[in-house]
Design a protein around this ligand. Sequence first.
Ligand code: ADQ
Length: 464
Amino acid sequence: MSRLIVLSNRVADRSKKASAGGLAVALKAALADSGGVWVGWSGQFADVSDPHVAEETHEGVTYSTFDLSRTDYEDYYNGFANRSLWPLFHYRVDLTTYDRRYYAGYQRVNSYFARAVAPLLTDDDIVWVHDFHLMLVGEELRRMGKQQAMGYFLHIPWPPSEILLTLPNHQALVRGLFAYDVIGFQTQSDLRSFTDYVLFEAGGEVHDDGSMSAFGRRILARVYPIGIDAKEFEDLTRSREARRIHHRMHTALGERWQIIGVDRLDYSKGLLERFGAVEKLFDAYPENKGRVSLLQIAPLSRSDVPEYIEMRHELEAAAGRINGRLAEYDWNPIRYTNRLYTRTALAGLYRASRVGLVTPFRDGMNLVAKEYIVAQPSEDPGVLVLSRFAGAAEDMDAALIVNPYDSADVVDALQKALHMSFEERRNRHQSLLGRLFRYDVHDWRNRFVETLEAVRTQRRDVPA
Ligand code: ADQ
């Protein structure tokens, strides 16, 4: 077996139990299986032109990290990644900012990542690059003569061509992706959009075996929907600490029902509209007043980006306004917190909630939807209300699927979820649960790595 080298913008913090980001949670679980090397930014700043890589090994995983300069961080991370690619790939052309300085920073930092990882590589390694921050690393490594099997996984959606074409550098990015051997998407719909671009914008070809050619290279592009570590999450849910939190929440709620939302504070997650739908629930079905409330956990993220600062203010104002209008002296319709919780605490809170409310306008997958289901007690499971625009909806059709742009649809689904019979809740829960255990994060990792392994073996067997 070969050694797995994983690259992502940030490397998860070894010491912290909580981290509010789907990618960190997933990669931690994926590397725990077989060990390997995880390469990425340390989160620290230094003004150096060449990466200085520090190594630390912990439970079979070597963490290789390096610092970035503040200018690189501004142009590449706050700039091109978070103000150009993120909004655009989530269909928010209106929030997208293009600046040539940002793209120059993106190229510079992708090359910096390649220079950091190149000296670590041995011939038999396989390289797996993650997410929208690092599309060009593979191309840089090839330029440096690296022949290893290389894969790329995109955690966020791939937009339709009409949207992508608004990005001045769209062709350079797609050409960059063709330097990898395997590229993975979360959903069929993402793969369709990518295929469409390859055929009609890049003048490429799609072959019978599903591989694609363009820019002088042939690659495999496939769907690998990401899962969670269902077994681990189930164990967490049953732990003493999770049960303590569940019990505490249960006592505080008494006879009331809780709806829970857990999302990084991000405009793609539809939080403002979610608050609006919950407000409308009380207007449309007043019997829920005093009996139902929303707990929204939304840890701050990307707080340097103006759109996120503005959104935070809007959410605070909305929660205050709705509570001001509807609250009673002993009941609040919305409890809203920006705190980070441990995964154990989250498990207990999900379990204490009658409804899981996941209503992004666009989301690559959404792991919260999956965690909520695994945390439910089978003897009295809650109901998941899920946006059709989360990648998770593609194979979680036993949830109540809603259109988050249509608040009346969300209100009706909430009312249905709150009053659903035990039989229906149990049937829906069981059908969702089976798939989450079968297609978990280990299955996701294995399927991707096996494809890369096959590429590596083939390449080794072909005489140069
Ligand atoms: P994210 O946009 O970060 O991930 P998501 O998939 O929901 O979204 O993952 C969030 C993770 O952070 C979950 O595991 C959740 O438990 C955790 N989390 C959230 N709030 C927390 C809090 N307050 N305290 C502790 N933990 C918290 C990106 C894409 C997604 C895709 C993932 C993985 O945007 O679409 O599903 O990557 O590919």
